[in-house]
Design a binder for this molecule. Structure first.
Ligand code: GTP
Length: 205
């Protein structure tokens, strides 16, 4: 059975956990407690093929045994790079991450890499506080040859589902057998995921 590894990357508070939880549980959970990086697992059937998805959610806080961004990039087959449309600094961070992914994957086939980097502007529901125009996101995506989405973990389920399903499909078609360096630590079941729902600070909404 195919194993597909997707890293969800971006600045602190852009909604990485919210998007992952939305995808895995269909629910938007505003407060999410997590003090360690973790990997969520999901069994999926895509185009009749059985896949085991591993979704990596980094921890923005300093934590024990934390992997570096380079480790995370080497580990993954696909990348969802998220920014918050109401936070310009998160867009600049997303730009730097996409740049680094491109640099570290120079050895790989260009076509493979193009289809497995998704740039995602989250918190579309906060468009009254927008600091990054949709066109800027689109421009960056086309310059860096990424797929582009703008959506809201708070308001959209279908779009989130579509986005994750597409990156899993693309990563599974790439079929790259990668030499993996250090594997990001931590692994969580759905039960643990639900248990983490309480206690995280509220940043926006
Ligand atoms: N309005 C709005 N708020 C959102 C959305 N997605 C996430 N949030 C909020 O943004 C804050 C941060 O969300 P998280 O999912 O914890 O973000 P994160 O990127 O995982 O954060 P770190 O783990 O600290 O890096 C929380 O208060 C969420 O409720 C969204 O689509 N719209």
């Amino acid at each position: 059975m195919n194993e597909i590894k997707v890293a969800v990357l971006g600045s602190e508070g852009v909604g990485k956990s919210a998007l992952i939880v939305r995808f895995l549980t269909r629910r938007f959970i505003g407060e999410y407690a997590s003090s360690s990086e973790c990997i969520y697992r999901k069994h999926m059937s895509i185009d009749g093929r059985q896949l085991n998805l591993e979704l990596y959610d980094p921890c923005s806080q300093p934590c024990e045994g934390k992997s570096t961004l380079n480790d995370q990039i080497h580990w993954a087959d696909g990348f969802v790079v998220i920014y918050d449309i109401s936070d310009r600094s998160s867009f600049l961070r997303a730009k730097a991450i996409v740049h680094l992914i491109r640099e570290l994957h120079l050895g790989g086939s260009k076509r493979d890499t193009d289809s497995v980097i998704f740039l995602v502007g989250n918190k579309q529901d906060l468009c009254h506080m927008r600091e990054v125009d949709r066109e800027e996101g689109q421009k960056l995506a086309s310059e860096r040859r990424c797929q582009f989405y703008e959506l809201s973990a708070a308001e959209h389920y279908q779009e989130v589902l579509l986005m994750f399903s597409k990156i899993v499909r693309n990563a599974s078609l790439g079929g790259r057998a990668k030499e993996r360096r250090r594997r990001p630590s931590g692994s969580k079941s759905m039960a643990k995921l639900i248990n983490n729902v309480f206690g995280k600070r509220r940043k926006s909404v």
